[in-house]
Design a protein around this ligand. Structure first.
Ligand SMILES: [Zn+2]
Ligand SMILES: [Zn+2]
Length: 422
């Protein structure tokens, strides 16, 4: 299941999130066994309650009931707010996550703001509020964009150079800027040269560009590109000779909605950063060698559910940072956190389980353990099972385990990003 915020305190809360989300009015009956029944209490006596559920009316013995939360989700939120420890930022974020999952957006935001009053560096609360870290300070999105030198043009944050082009009536077309009126012809493969429509080929040749691997580049860039490629190829060969690389993943990432090139490219950067983390976490032994990113399909190893969100909707209708099946596909948002990507990758490609509330540095921590999430695979065997690292090393013998999260193992080989905007 999803990379929990601290909000996913346990499997129990999670089940609740999944079942409750669509309903505005509900009573929630918590059983001693840990189970939950959700519905409307239509009758009650000393011995039992009758709950009207989606599947019909169910009698429940009071002896089997731990406690009941009654009322609409707003009422339940208020009850929970009264009970929550106002000094416990994790508990407050958990309540915020719950509020969010049942559609109480304003209340959710209130909770996240409350949490950062107590703990200014609460990562999940900051992420939920859309804050970004810049030079050691947390900034709201707009401030962050300003700080990195972007300007607002017609509601969008763009670079200063782009804003000038846009103001002058140009639009982006691939790597080029062209006049808005020329867009239709450009789509047909033509370019305007001295007021005349010519083929792309003629246009770039006239401008002195050369073709290299299906791309038109300036001659002065060509040398640089080739040198960088050679250096990368040499290094890759050396690593292969040293048998340091145990696995080079090739993955396919499919955006479900119709995406623009910028969305696909942005996701490419997420995959590249995730690859760097996995590289360091496996002592420079595993990385993502290639990612094909495309849109309007759902057939990838990685399903990207939306364009601009860090979270996704689960089948039950609630929200989560992401989800995956062990050894299966993973689903994330178009702007997912690197933490989320690497966590879900752990489920999907290494068949690793979630663990909850455990005081170990591990990327697979979830729920109450989410605050211990680190870019690290644990050797924690306290669950009577093998640790995450043992699972991985069994499959890929010879990997080196970093001593601590963040230990650097040089640059990983390049992650080749292939983009197809359907
Ligand atoms: Zn998980
Ligand atoms: Zn672990």
């Amino acid at each position: 299941m999803g990379l929990g915020t601290s909000s996913f305190r346990s499997a129990l809360t999670l089940a609740l999130l999944l079942t409750l989300s669509a309903i505005a009015a509900a009573d929630i009956i918590y059983l001693n066994t840990g189970g939950i029944i959700k519905g409307e209490i239509v009758d009650e006596d000393d011995d039992q309650v009758i709950v009207k559920t989606k599947y019909g009316e169910v009698p429940v013995n009071k002896d089997d009931i731990d406690f009941i939360e009654r009322g609409t989700v707003s009422e339940i939120f208020q009850q929970r707010l009264k009970k929550v420890n106002k000094r416990d930022s994790d508990a407050i974020v958990e309540l915020g996550g719950w509020a969010q999952s049942v559609g109480l957006k304003k209340e959710a935001e209130q909770m996240f703001r409350m949490a950062i009053e107590i703990e200014p560096n609460h990562y999940f609360a900051r992420m939920e509020l859309g804050h970004r870290r810049h030079k050691g300070k947390w900034l709201a999105v707009d401030e962050y964009n300003k700080a990195i030198g972007l300007v607002k043009y017609e509601g969008q944050w763009v670079t200063k150079e782009d804003a000038q082009k846009l103001k002058a009536g140009f639009v982006r077309y691939g790597d080029d800027w062209i006049k808005k009126d020329d867009l239709e012809m450009a789509r047909k493969g033509y370019r305007k040269l001295d007021g005349k429509w010519v083929s792309k080929e003629e246009y770039y040749k006239a401008k002195g560009y050369v073709k290299y691997k299906d791309k038109w580049v300036k001659p002065e860039q060509l040398e640089k590109i080739k040198k960088a490629e050679e250096a990368r190829a040499r290094r890759l060969k050396m690593l292969k000779l040293a048998k340091q690389i145990k696995m080079a993943f090739k993955i396919r990432c499919s955006f479900q909605p119709d995406a623009q090139k910028m969305h696909l490219e942005r996701f490419g950067k997420i995959v590249q950063k995730a690859s760097e983390k996995i590289w360091d976490m496996t002592g420079g032994g595993i990385y993502i060698a290639e990612a094909h990113i495309y849109d309007k399909k759902s057939d990838g190893d990685v399903i990207v559910q939306n364009l601009d969100e860090i979270k996704v909707r689960t089948k039950g209708g609630s929200t989560a940072y992401g989800y995956a099946q062990k050894g299966g596909k993973m689903t994330v948002g178009g702007k997912c956190l690197i933490l989320t990507f690497v966590h879900e990758f752990g489920h999907a490609k290494f068949s690793l389980p979630d663990h909850y509330g455990e005081q170990v540095d591990c990327i697979m921590n979830a729920g109450d353990g989410a605050k211990h999430m680190k870019f690290m695979y644990c050797t924690n065997q306290s669950r009577g099972k093998q640790g995450c690292w043992e699972t991985i090393i069994k499959r890929y013998p010879g990997l080196k385990r970093p001593k601590e999260a963040g230990e650097d193992f040089d640059e990983p080989p390049e992650t080749k990003i292939i983009i197809t905007d359907n």
